[in-house]
Design a binder for this molecule. Sequence first.
Ligand SMILES: NC(=O)c1ccc[n+]([C@@H]2O[C@H](COP(=O)([O-])OP(=O)(O)OC[C@H]3O[C@@H](n4cnc5c(N)ncnc54)[C@H](O)[C@@H]3O)[C@@H](O)[C@H]2O)c1
Length: 323
Amino acid sequence: MEIDGIQIKKVASVGAGVIGYSYALKFAMAGLDVWAQNRTEESSELARERVAASLESLVKNGVYTEEESAAIAGRIHYTTSIAEAVAGAQFIQESSAEHYEVKWGLVRAIEAAADPTATIASSTSGLLVTEIAKNAKHPERFCGGHPYNPPHLIPLVEITKGEMTSEKTVERAKAFYAAIGMEPVVLQKEALGFICNRLQMALYREVANLVLSGVCTIEDADKAVTFGPGIRWGIMGPSLVFELGGGKGGVSGLMNHLYDSISLWLADMADWKSFPPEFAQVAQEGVDAELAARAPEVGNDPESLAQYRDHMLIELLKLHKKL
Ligand SMILES: NC(=O)c1ccc[n+]([C@@H]2O[C@H](COP(=O)([O-])OP(=O)(O)OC[C@H]3O[C@@H](n4cnc5c(N)ncnc54)[C@H](O)[C@@H]3O)[C@@H](O)[C@H]2O)c1
């Protein structure tokens, strides 16, 4: 794989926990040699077990043969040394704990051993890239590469820039993620929660409002999303959905036509700046009731639900030609 004239021969996943093991797997699934770093042998063993379990599920769902799965697993090398993981790597994904102090230590250790032309992306969910890279010798080569869990299955990656991040770094990260089959989006300026978490929480705020004001149950809100807009959003985004919904007028026709009506809905909807504290318990009780009513084949406890989700996700990803 060649990115911006650089041959990508080795990549590193520093901090191979929940996100880092899955990123390592994604890189290996794309045919790359990966060094997955953990602080202890025990954590490396856990990462190895997680890789094996994820590959087993991919084999069970017909994505890979046993031989392909073994070849992918064989491309992941485990180490407790950051220097060994990053030396000679052209792309480095950092997925350590979400604290500035930890990330600063990692930045120092990575820069001490990494090739000066390596691109370094942080999986951070909410820390500022500017702050993470503030003590770096080369802050221009740091960016954010925020995945959705698990990155070996969810294609989206949100690329964020710090004040010192160079355009070259953003372009290289974007090209790299695209080349391994992910779907990068670049945030043109910093936004708390990035794009996706904001969208998720905007919708979930209204779920809470509908449930707390007695309009529907948690189960019916879930059903409404799953078998209504959600099933379309798995295919295309809301603006494209509305483009079709607007007929000849497209999305602008739809927005103009429904303007007055939408304004009435918006005026009636929640615009809270925080969730009512009682909602967490209401949501839990609603989910418990919903799970109890589900058929076992679609998952009726957290474990079978996760298996069902992964199976459906894999089938959808196959349709999207992402697996
Ligand atoms: N879990 C998610 O759903 C999710 C989603 C997107 C992004 N992220 C981000 O990914 C990063 C990792 O999250 P995670 O859920 O994989 O966490 P995790 O706890 O599973 O893994 C963290 C890794 O960092 C290492 N680590 C912890 N403290 C360290 C220290 N002091 N020095 C060096 N290494 C240390 C751990 O050994 C482990 O390998 C975070 O920045 C998080 O915000 C998480």
